[in-house]
Design a protein around this ligand. Structure first.
Ligand code: NAD
Length: 336
């Protein structure tokens, strides 16, 4: 089998996870990653035998006994596709500076505006839109979470409209630069960008979102109210969530009562880095009032987009079978 040659540009929270996930795929080869600055992540990549291609000066790498495999251009010359996991706006700049001139396919992340790509992607919602495309954006962690569960509900029951509030983590666990550390910070724009972003994937969905950030790091938390087309049967809704890939129903009965316990569960499952790529919905917090459906979900922002990047690679390289791709990805990551 000819393997898809993948390069990862930007080796931070998302990039290091995508790189590891690529290494687990039988049909892919991780050619290497970019090293922007020398740091502990570079040490770990080097220890794993991952080739590092420097973005700028490599003196710091050499001074710390890491021999880069080459420059970023060497990585670009050796791959079929790039997964760009750099901070927002840099992906777009890289597209103009590197990927277009090198006639190279590239995936961007949710920090970029939708028009960076020809499609915005969530595998179980719109895999086919990314087939054979050159530039695709994997949507943000929040949009991925909303799209997965709302798509399942829309397919099975039909939705008239959705209002949702995102209670977002203030920073990632390893991030010492962002906050707040003692506040709730509302997004002072209505709707928050999440609703319009969901519509780049679920184009006909009527959705309005608001958002705040809080003083915690583990996960994002969403509360949703869906005006359904028919009277809601809570048991049927829970069954749909139980049967939806990359969605996990957690229960008060098993004493999973918080995002902290979800992350502890992920560690106990011995997932890589203690990740929980599935969107977690509390069974006991699914409720109904006539045609109104209420539910709450938690999003592990560091990992839910990782399987999406893997499926996006396959779609852009022309692999047509979405179920097969998701099955391969899920199996490799040990997720549902
Ligand atoms: P990060 O800051 O953790 O990592 C970015 C990496 O890119 C860093 O290692 C940095 O050194 C490197 N970098 C910076 N400039 C570069 C350049 N010019 N060339 C190559 N590398 C460069 O960022 P992140 O949290 O992984 O976010 C990456 C993207 O993923 C963003 O679009 C973000 O919005 C999106 N995203 C983040 C999360 C999250 O919760 N962290 C979730 C989903 C999507």
């Amino acid at each position: 089998m000819t393997k898809i040659k993948v390069g990862v540009v930007g080796y931070g929270t998302i990039g290091k996870r995508v790189a590891d996930a690529v290494r687990l795929q039988e049909d892919m080869e991780l050619v290497g990653i970019t090293g922007n600055t020398y740091n502990f992540r570079m040490e770990v990549a080097n220890d794993k035998g991952i080739k590092i291609f420097t973005v700028a000066d490599d003196a710091d790498f050499k001074a710390n006994n890491i021999t880069p495999a080459g420059k970023m251009q060497d990585l670009l010359n050796a791959v079929d596709i790039i997964v760009d996991c750099t901070p927002k706006k840099i992906g777009r700049a890289n597209k103009e500076k590197y990927y277009i001139p090198n006639k190279l396919k590239a995936i961007f992340q949710g920090g970029e505006k939708p028009d960076v790509g020809e499609a915005s992607f969530v595998a179980q919602c719109n895999y086919k839109e990314a087939l054979n495309k050159d530039y695709v954006r994997v949507v943000s962690c929040n949009t991925t979470g909303l799209s997965r569960t709302l798509h399942a509900l829309e397919e099975k029951f039909g939705i008239n409209s959705v209002t949702a509030t995102m209670i977002r983590r203030g920073a990632d666990p390893g991030d010492i630069h962002h906050g707040p550390i003692n506040a709730v910070v509302p997004v002072l724009e209505l709707p928050s960008h999440h609703g319009p972003d969901v519509k780049t994937v679920l184009k006909d969905l009527e959705i309005f979102t608001t958002a705040v950030s809080g003083s915690f790091t583990l996960m994002h938390f969403h509360t949703l109210v869906c005006e359904m087309k028919k009277k809601v049967d809570v048991k049927a809704v829970i069954e749909v969530f139980n049967n939806t890939p990359r969605v996990r129903v957690v229960r008060n009965a098993e004493k999973v009562r918080s995002t902290a316990e979800i992350m502890e569960l992920a560690k106990d499952l011995q997932r890589g880095r203690g990740d929980m790529p599935e969107i977690c919905i509390w069974e006991e917090a699914v409720g109904a009032h006539g045609k109104k459906l209420f539910y709450m979900q938690a999003i592990h922002q560091e990992s839910d987009v990782v399987p999406e990047n893997i499926d996006c690679i396959r779609a852009m390289m022309g692999f047509e079978d979405v179920e097969k791709s998701m099955e391969m990805t899920n199996k490799s990551l040990g997720i549902k």
